[in-house]
Design a protein. Structure first.
Length: 158
């Protein structure tokens, strides 16, 4: 079940988020969240959803504006799935819920700024769900091991 996060979910959410950050192959963040910064981070989003498996958080997404003012109708999102749950289509459920929630909030476009080109599972999912790739930015993402990979911006009209 995908639902809005609750404060009792924060410890599991922070663990999942930090797991992706530590992998160093998908999120641009390098700093890990702690109890204080994690609470502030998730509270600051337009919406934070979780995949709840009977009280156990299998994944989450954050949704927020991608820009301000005249471009404030474009949103951005990030998704994190617990490594023990990957391959079970939880990411797909999160993206679908996010598309619906973004439209409900009043956004008109969901844009991903930096999908790493080698992240083929995410890219295939996005394309299957109707996202359009805008191009390729050469060497736009520094991987954890220090080498640079291309990034592929995507968008989906809501």
């Amino acid at each position: 079940m995908i639902r809005e996060y609750k404060e009792k979910d924060l410890a599991q959410m922070i663990d999942i988020w930090n797991e992706v950050v530590e992998e160093g192959i998908a999120f641009p963040q390098e700093d890990l969240l702690d109890d204080v910064s994690g609470k502030m981070f998730f509270e600051s989003q337009s919406y934070t959803g979780v995949a709840d498996e009977e009280g156990w958080i299998a994944g989450l997404y954050i949704l927020h504006p991608n820009n301000v003012g005249r471009c404030g109708h474009i949103c951005n999102a990030s998704y994190a799935v617990n490594s023990k749950c990957r391959g079970q289509h939880i990411g797909e459920q999160l993206v679908k819920d996010c598309l619906s929630k973004a439209k409900e909030i009043g956004f008109r476009v969901l844009q991903f700024n930096a999908v790493v080109e080698s992240n083929i599972h995410a890219r295939h999912l996005y394309e299957r769900l109707g996202f359009v790739q805008l191009g390729t930015i050469p060497g736009g993402f520094r991987m954890k091991d220090g080498h640079y990979e291309n990034i592929c911006p995507y968008y989906h009209t809501l």
